[in-house]
Design a protein around this ligand. Structure first.
Ligand SMILES: Cc1cc2ncn([C@H]3O[C@H](COP(=O)(O)O)[C@@H](O)[C@H]3O)c2cc1C
Ligand SMILES: O=C(O)c1cccnc1
Length: 337
């Protein structure tokens, strides 16, 4: 199996040839789970998570030791339409903040013991305004996909991807609307906190983009037309993780829109992912329903930066710590039912 791509059709071919979960590892994990010192299913979803995780990472029973968080940053031409409560320069300023350890994601990643990588993609060159034409040329789109693919650390044992890009809730709403249908208003939320007039304008901009680009191709083509560099990179990183059998926790609304583009291109492309949290951004619940994912956490976050996904690393770590570290009934001398 080839593990790189020089063209978009090679990227699509890679998506088609992705590995599946290991049924033997899953059966062994289920058997082990039954022997642990607790009533059956008493750890609820933690047990499902452990079994799912082990089905992707066959091999010795171990705790999660090397989670990776990647924040991709990109700028959006559509920001010039006034769709964000903040100016576009904040994207680059926040990248500096990530590098100096001052953002929310620095603290959250640190608190769950994850390494944090920040990848800026052509911040000086915003994408084109998607209400005028495709956001990215094929060459720019391919470059962003490669940045995402390359950013995944092959020795990570869990991945969370997130983003920074002023105006990217507009791009994410347009992606969801184009791929899932409905009205622009169904998918457009307040992002960084636009007021009512801002929300009306933002909804109009989303509708214009969807009218221009809807039905022009598969998920990848929609991503090129309505997405952004950081959104494309997130999609490619999620795909690379599958290639490396690294389970992925999805973050909020924007990350979910990137994920949607993958699964609209290739059925099953998100089987190695779970939803970390439910974002307070308007349409995230509907988007997660479309992905068939139930969020692990619901804490009212509406930040992005991989923050909600990174918080859920703690849940997955605990699930695997129980699965790998608990004694069996036989080992502990506890009487089984
Ligand atoms: C200081 C600051 C830090 C952030 N961290 C993430 N975002 C989030 O807000 C942006 C999306 O919202 P919109 O579409 O309304 O621009 C993205 O950059 C996202 O990551 C931030 C936004 C700001 C202002
Ligand atoms: O859920 C998200 O990803 C989100 C919501 C609001 C602003 N930025 C990101």
């Amino acid at each position: 199996m080839t593990d790189y791509f020089a063209t978009l059709s090679e990227f699509r071919a890679l998506l088609k040839a992705q590995p599946d979960p290991d049924p033997q590892a899953l059966a062994a994990a289920a058997d082990h789970n039954m022997q642990l010192t607790k009533p059956p299913a008493a750890l609820g979803q933690l047990e499902d998570l452990a079994l799912w995780y082990r089905s992707w990472r066959a091999g010795p029973l171990t705790a999660i030791a090397a989670p990776q968080v990647i924040v991709f940053a990109g700028n959006h031409g559509v920001a010039a339409r006034g769709v964000s409560a903040f100016p576009a320069e904040v994207t680059a300023q926040m990248v500096m903040n990530f590098e100096h350890g001052g953002a929310a994601i620095n603290q959250i990643a640190g608190s769950v013991g994850a390494m944090l990588d920040v990848v800026s993609i052509d911040l000086d060159r915003p994408t084109d305004d998607f209400t005028q034409g495709p956001a990215m040329s094929e060459a720019d789109f391919l470059t962003a996909l490669k940045q995402g693919w390359d950013a995944v650390n092959p020795s990570a044992d869990l991945l969370v991807v997130g983003e920074m890009g002023i105006a990217n809730t507009t791009a994410a709403a347009a992606l969801a609307c184009a791929m899932l249908g409905g009205e622009a208003a169904d998918w457009t939320g307040r992002g960084t906190g636009v007021d009512d007039a801002g929300l009306t304008l933002k909804t109009k901009v989303v509708a214009e983009g969807v009218v221009l680009h809807q039905g022009q191709g598969d998920g990848m083509e929609t991503l090129r037309r309505l997405g952004g560099r950081e959104i494309a990179a997130m999609a490619a990183a999620i795909a690379r993780a599958r290639h490396l059998r690294i389970p992925v926790i999805l973050d909020g609304f924007i990350c979910s829109a990137a994920a949607l583009a993958l699964v609209k291109t290739q059925d099953g492309a998100l089987d190695h992912t779970v939803a970390g949290h439910l974002s307070a951004e308007g349409a995230h619940d509907k988007l997660l329903q479309a992905l068939g994912k139930k969020p692990l956490l619901s804490l009212g976050l509406r930040l992005g930066e991989a923050s909600g996904g990174a918080l859920a690393i703690g849940i997955l770590k605990a699930a695997l710590a129980c699965h790998a570290g608990m004694a069996t009934f036989a080992q502990a001398g506890v009487t089984d039912a």
